[in-house]
Design a protein around this ligand. Structure first.
Ligand code: NI
Length: 149
């Protein structure tokens, strides 16, 4: 009952709200579908994220990964992972989470993690623009300014 009451209240609130305006297209971004397979086909290296879309202050990134990354954490942001192909294990001090294709996980901010893939794996990440792939760890695998695909 509580749920349906909330749904009705929500609908009434929505009815009083002005129509949402369609946002203007971002400059330089084509108004067309992003085909993940086509984007992943343009990536041949590992652990080097590319940006494929912006979402408010977030970037949606793609990467191919294989082997072990570095332990790191992001003090100020959660980090979204979705596996498109293959299998990714996100090691954390508290325990590991293994994702297969079509599975997702959010690493909470501040939680130390290390992505590991025993074979090549395609991942989608969502995180605030400017988030470093190596977080607080830094080092040679840091991609400070990911390219757009
Ligand atoms: Ni991370």
């Amino acid at each position: 009952m509580a749920d349906s009451r909330e749904a009705i209240d929500g609908a009434m609130i929505g009815a009083r709200m002005p129509a949402v305006k369609t946002p203007a297209p971002r400059k330089g971004v084509a108004m067309e579908a992003v085909n993940l397979e086509e984007k992943f086909n343009q990536i041949s290296d590992h652990w080097k994220p590319r940006i494929v879309a912006g979402l408010n202050d977030l970037h949606i990134k793609l990467a191919k990964v294989e082997g072990e990354f570095v332990w790191h954490s992001h003090a100020d942001t959660d980090e979204f992972f979705l596996v498109n192909r293959g299998e990714l294990t996100i090691e954390m001090r508290e325990g590991s989470v293994t994702l297969g294709a079509g599975e997702m996980f959010v690493v909470p901010r501040g939680v130390e993690h290390r992505p590991v893939a025993s074979a090549e794996c395609e991942i989608v990440m969502i995180e605030p623009a400017g988030t470093l792939n190596t977080g607080d760890a830094g080092g040679e695998r840091t991609v400070a300014d990911p390219e757009w695909l």
